[in-house]
Design a protein around this ligand. Structure first.
Ligand code: ZN
Length: 268
């Protein structure tokens, strides 16, 4: 397939209106269809493919999202850099709703999700010490700051299995380990991007304080959705500016993630 897009965005349905001259592409992968039809178009001079992470009508809960198909589909369309906006809970009193965290580390607390493309036919071990793209992170932090966001450069995202939220004890345990934010979709997205030698950058919007940080009832889904909806326009602007500021040529290590690895697997 010819290259249709350089940059991928995986995010909420509020991002559909990001793209000019949008065209819908229905495609499938060895891992089944992605969350939804992929929309390809432009933001300024950059070609972008967009996948709504949860599908139309939010039909996939976090643990059922076809992560492997989503990343594979993007790579197949020519994408090499991925921006991943998402909603997260804050584990720290000082990062309140509306803060934008660009994490530099990740802890996987999911279970049972398909998290590799190298599932049979020999062992392949990809380095994941630094799970995020340094170039993408720098762009996201700069654009968030100039856009007036309360911006947090770095921090650890702990990804829980969901779909339930954390208990108070879990939340306090995460915070006690020094972790910053908690979400449900950042893994296996990040490792699958790495296995495909893609750049991957998380733009994590804090929608609430997690259960252990505050008294009261803890997080509710309604609160999260309401807050995210209120911030969708701001997030769209941020993603649009970050897309246009990503480097045309990659100089980060992400593209060489598979160099020196012997494998019979072929990337799309
Ligand atoms: Zn990179």
């Amino acid at each position: 397939m010819v290259t249709r897009a350089d940059i991928g965005v995986i995010g909420g349905s509020g991002f559909y209106s990001l793209l000019d001259d949008a065209e819908e592409i229905e495609l499938t992968t060895p891992y089944g269809p992605p969350s939804d039809i992929v929309t390809v178009g432009h933001i300024g001079s950059r070609s972008v493919a967009f996948i709504p992470r949860h599908g139309r009508g939010h039909r996939f809960p976090p643990h059922r999202i076809p992560y492997r198909a989503n990343l594979w589909a993007l790579r197949k369309l020519g994408v090499r850099q991925v921006l991943a906006p998402s909603a997260v809970g804050s584990l720290r009193a000082e990062y309140g709703p509306g803060a934008l965290v660009v994490p530099d580390q990740l802890v996987d607390r999911t279970s049972g999700r398909a998290q590799t493309y190298y599932d049979e036919d020999g062992a392949v071990h990809v380095s994941f010490a630094d799970p995020y793209c340094p170039s993408g992170r720098a762009v996201a932090v700069e654009k968030a700051r100039t856009g007036g966001w309360e911006t947090v450069d770095g921090g650890t995202l702990v990804v829980i299995e969901g779909p339930r939220f954390s208990t108070r004890a879990e939340s306090q345990w995460f915070a006690g380990n020094g972790w910053s934010i908690v979400g449900m979709t950042g893994f296996p997205e990040a490792i699958l991007a790495r296995e495909l030698a893609l750049c991957y950058t998380s733009l994590s919007l804090v929608t609430d304080h997690d259960a252990g940080v505050e008294a009261g009832q803890g997080v509710t889904h309604d609160e999260v959705l309401k807050f995210f909806a209120q911030n969708v326009t701001r997030m769209r602007t941020l993603v649009s500016e970050a897309v246009q500021a990503l480097p045309e040529e990659r100089t980060c290590p992400c593209g060489t993630a598979l160099d020196g690895i012997e494998s019979s697997y072929e990337l799309p």
